[in-house]
Design a protein around this ligand. Structure first.
Ligand code: AMP
Ligand code: GLY
Length: 431
């Protein structure tokens, strides 16, 4: 295909490497981010180092390279109004404007939005501006709660009582952190899954369900992270999910797309399959990281076709996905997320990873080598006919890469997947 589109990609993480790989063959690709991701750098004609939350800087770069399209990967630039600024400058950006990104960036707004629009799957919740009032509510509430700062926390701000913390610790957390606004909501018990949808002009197309692993350590222990790894099955479902569950999640996406005014970009639904059906944990206004590394490698439809259809006001193409399972495992610095080491040089022999795929994340490509930062470093993704085979492929790739970084080796293993299946069977047997 003639590369007659010039796309600017904003962001430099693993998700953006996956986006770059999905686009690079079909267009001229430029990227801008605050770090130099070596994977993105190899696929792009140029990477500009800039503050990706500075709308003027991103617009200046897009204009300089003559961008005909832009894709914004992370949430921070969305919240900062990068899409608004690109749009004002006449560059179509596949991502929501800041106002629409509030579905992710303001959890209090998000819950009220669900309630006001009767979107199914909303847990009981209350929002608080006053820490002491929130603490009183925790004391008075008969049951466990999820305590959520309303603003962005990189996936690390939530505390769940009866799971990670006691109610006393939750109150202490609130008093110490002193967030402007918090959401307190009923604790949902079940299995989590993600469905990402491409959205434009009131239309949407869903991708296969993914299960991420938020907790830092094996066996789902430790603090929440941005996500340590994730898997998909060779189809749209996960081994514990039925067609009815997936349809229920799709109906939530549909109701949300209908209620949002002219949303465009990726709408990411994070769901909990509970004994009472599918509930919404949260929405994100972008691809998930790591989830993009599961679904984009199996997307057979060119991602560029989705972007051009959205921009040109055409119907979105029907998506086809290869019938392959994927297992993604992140390698992170020791101490991540609470006290990450970072700043260490890593050597990556890319040839040794094959047939798994390697995605660089928050590493910095300097003259004398690749250095870790304080966030996730790189991910390997196995793509095969079954979850078990994809898991093996990812593990072989990690073994070839050597040690020095921490990995949740249990992601995608038969034992952990079976635990999910058994958990859901137990939940379903309750009614
Ligand atoms: P979030 O930042 O909203 O993605 O939340 C981070 C994690 O906190 C989720 O992946 C869940 O594991 C957990 N969580 C959030 N809300 C709830 C809830 N209402 N009940 C139980 N766990 C929750
Ligand atoms: N994997 C969770 C997220 O991207 O927010």
């Amino acid at each position: 295909m003639a590369p007659d589109e010039t796309v600017v990609l904003v962001g430099g993480g693993g998700r953006e490497h996956a986006i770059a790989r999905a686009l690079a063959d079909d267009c001229t690709l430029y990227a801008c981010a605050s770090n130099r991701n070596p994977g993105v750098a190899r696929l792009a004609d140029r990477v500009e180092l800039l503050d990706e939350t500075d709308p003027e800087a991103v617009v200046a770069f897009a204009e300089e390279v003559g961008a005909t399209l832009a894709v914004v990967g992370p949430e921070a630039p969305l919240a900062a109004g990068v899409v608004d600024a690109l749009e004002d400058a006449g560059v179509y950006a596949f991502g929501p404007r800041a106002e629409q990104a509030r579905i992710e960036t303001d959890k209090a707004y998000q819950r009220r939005f669900m309630r006001d629009h009767d979107i199914p799957g909303c847990p009981d919740f209350e929002t608080f501006d006053d820490t002491e009032a929130a603490c009183e509510y925790i004391d008075a509430y008969d049951g466990d709660l999820a305590v959520k700062p309303a603003g962005l926390t990189g996936g690390k701000g939530v505390r769940v009582t009866g799971d990670q913390v006691t109610k006393a610790e939750a109150k202490e957390y609130l008093r110490e952190a002193d967030h402007d606004r918090v959401v307190l909501e009923e604790r949902l018990v079940g299995e989590e899954f993600t469905v990402q949808a491409f959205v434009a002009d009131g239309e949407f197309r869903v991708s296969p369900a993914v299960q991420d692993h938020k907790r830092a350590y094996e066996g789902d222990e430790g603090p929440n992270t941005g996500g340590m790894g994730s898997y998909t099955d060779a189809g749209f479902l996960l081994p514990f999910l039925t067609d009815e569950d997936f349809d229920e999640a799709t109906r939530v996406v549909e109701a949300t797309v209908d209620a949002l005014d002219d949303y465009r970009g990726v709408l990411y639904g994070q769901f909990m399959l509970t004994a009472d059906g599918v509930k919404v944990i949260e929405f994100n206004a972008r691809f998930g990281d790591p989830e993009a590394m599961n679904t984009l490698p199996v997307l057979d439809t060119p991602f560029l076709d989705v972007l051009t259809a959205a921009r040109d006001g055409e119907s979105l193409p029907d998506l086809t996905f290869a019938a392959r399972a994927t297992v993604c495992k992140y390698a992170v610095p020791e101490g991540y997320p609470e006290d990450p080491a970072g700043g260490e040089r890593v050597s990556v022999d890319e040839a040794s990873v094959h047939p798994a795929q390697l995605f660089y994340a928050s590493v910095d490509d300097r003259d004398d080598g690749i250095y870790t930062t304080t966030s996730r470093s790189f991910a390997v993704v196995g793509v095969a006919e079954s979850i078990a085979a994809a898991e093996q492929q990812a593990e072989s790739a990690l073994a070839a890469l050597g040690d020095g970084l921490r990995v949740r080796h249990d992601v995608g293993t038969e034992a952990l997947v079976q635990r999910r299946i058994d958990h859901v069977a137990e939940l379903r047997s309750r009614d």
